[in-house]
Design a protein around this ligand. Structure first.
Ligand code: GDP
Length: 138
């Protein structure tokens, strides 16, 4: 079933010049880029986006990192998009990520790990709505 998911090319990957290479991996894996925009987000916006992690010890550091430079916000579409993007991303910690995954190739650490992808249908709906207006999703 065609499905949409939300993804971010995180500030570490943008800083290192990996945006094009990561987009190529995403398209090679069969995703259609429904919408994409570059943004510099505030720490408050990052906190709202990651509210489910508010009690985790790394929350402050994560939100500082996500607001440390430009990133790319994306809505992606394909059959089974949510699970397939998670597979393509690889494990949160690049040390545990499988060969060929985006995080294995482009992530530097468990925090600065190159890419975000929604982890479920409810999360994808919340995350797409957090960053995109309906009229941007064409
Ligand atoms: P994801 O779904 O693989 O992105 O992982 P999570 O939802 O568990 O965590 C969200 C983000 O928080 C991760 O992508 C990392 O950027 C960061 N993160 C997760 N675990 C840790 C950790 O143990 N330490 C630090 N510093 N950051 C973490």
């Amino acid at each position: 079933m065609t499905q949409r998911t939300f993804s971010i090319i995180k500030p570490d990957a943008v800083r290192k010049g990996y945006t094009g290479a990561i987009l190529a991996e995403i398209e090679k894996a069969g995703f259609k880029i429904v919408s994409i925009k570059k943004a510099s987000i505030s720490k408050e916006q990052a906190k709202g986006f990651y509210y489910v992690h508010a009690q985790r010890p790394f929350f402050e550091d994560l939100c500082t990192f996500m607001s440390s430079g430009p990133l790319f916000l994306m809505v992606l579409e394909k059959d089974n998009a949510i699970a397939d993007l998670r597979t393509l991303m690889g494990a949160t910690n690049p040390a545990n990520a499988e060969e060929g995954t985006i995080r294995k190739q482009f992530a530097g650490s468990i925090q600065e790990n190159a890419i975000h992808g929604s982890d479920g249908e409810d999360t994808a709906a919340f995350e797409i709505g957090y960053w995109f207006a309906g009229c941007e999703l064409i």
